[in-house]
Design a protein around this ligand. Structure first.
Ligand code: ZN
Length: 230
C-alpha cells in the first residue's frame, strides 16, 4: 500500500506500517509506558490475526503480498479472491478463530496471574495486572468486531461465502455489500454522536470497500462466460 514502511517479513509476507499510524503514536506516547505496551500488543494481535488469514489463503493457493497496519486495524492484500466459497469461508474464519483460541488458551493462566477481580474489572491500564487483563480482552473485541456481518469485514465475508453457495458470487456480493454499507452508516453515525474519529474512519472505509468489491464482482461476472451469454 502507498505511504507505508516495511517493518519485517514473515512467511514471505511483508508486514508494513502505514505512515498515518505514526499520528496514533503521537496520541499514545503521553499516555505512559503501560499505554504504549497496550497499543503495541493490540497491533501484535492484529498482525497475528491477519497472518492467520494469510496462511490459510496460502493453503488454497492465494498469495498474500503484504499486511498493512493502519490506525483502524490490519489489512491483508491478496493477489486474487479465492474462487470457491468454502475457501473464502475458511480464510475469513481463520482470523477471528485465532483470537478465540487465544481467549481459551490464556483464560486460566491470565486469571492465575491477575486474579478474578482484576480480570473482570473492565478496560484499565491503572496497574500492570489491569494492563495484562486489558490485552487479554482485546482478543474478544477483535473476534467480536470482525465477526459483525459488515462486509468486507470477516463476518461479512463469511456471510457472502455462505450466500454464494446458493446464489452465486454476484448476487451474494450485492446482498453482503448492501448490509456492509448499512453497518458503515451506523458506525459513522455513532462515531459522529460519540465524537469517535476511529469509528467514523471505519465507517467510511467499509462503505468504500464494500462498493469497490461489488463493482469488482460485477466486472468478474460480466467478463465470465456466464455473463457474456446474457
Ligand atoms: Zn480478520
Amino acid at each position: 500500500m502507498r505511504g507505508s514502511i516495511r517493518l519485517c517479513t514473515v512467511f514471505g509476507i511483508n508486514i508494513n506500517i502505514h505512515v498515518s499510524f505514526f499520528l496514533l503514536l503521537l496520541l499514545v506516547l503521553p499516555g505512559g509506558i503501560r499505554w504504549a505496551v497496550l497499543v503495541g500488543s493490540v497491533f501484535a494481535l492484529v498482525t497475528a490475526h491477519e497472518l492467520c488469514h494469510s496462511l490459510v489463503a496460502k493453503v488454497f493457493g492465494v498469495h498474500v503480498k503484504e499486511i498493512t497496519l493502519l490506525p483502524i486495524g490490519g489489512l491483508a492484500s491478496m493477489s486474487r479472491m479465492p474462487d470457491k466459497p468454502l475457501h473464502e469461508l475458511a480464510i475469513s474464519v481463520a482470523g477471528p478463530l485465532f483470537n478465540i483460541i487465544m481467549l481459551a488458551v490464556f483464560f486460566y493462566p491470565v486469571r492465575a496471574v491477575v486474579g478474578d477481580e482484576v480480570l473482570f474489572h473492565g478496560f484499565s491500564t491503572a496497574t500492570w495486572p489491569h494492563t495484562i487483563a486489558y490485552i487479554y480482552w482485546i482478543n474478544l473485541v477483535l473476534a467480536g468486531f470482525n465477526m459483525l456481518p459488515a462486509f468486507p469485514m470477516d463476518g461479512g465475508r463469511v456471510l457472502r461465502s455462505i450466500l454464494a453457495i446458493k446464489l452465486g458470487n454476484l448476487r451474494a456480493t450485492r446482498i453482503a455489500a448492501w448490509i456492509g454499507r448499512l453497518f458503515a452508516v451506523l458506525f459513522a453515525a455513532s462515531g459522529l454522536i460519540n465524537l469517535n474519529v476511529v469509528l467514523i474512519a471505519v465507517g467510511v472505509f467499509i462503505y468504500i470497500s464494500a462498493s469497490a468489491e461489488e463493482i469488482q464482482a460485477a466486472a468478474a461476472y460480466y467478463l465470465s462466460d456466464k455473463g457474456r451469454m446474457q
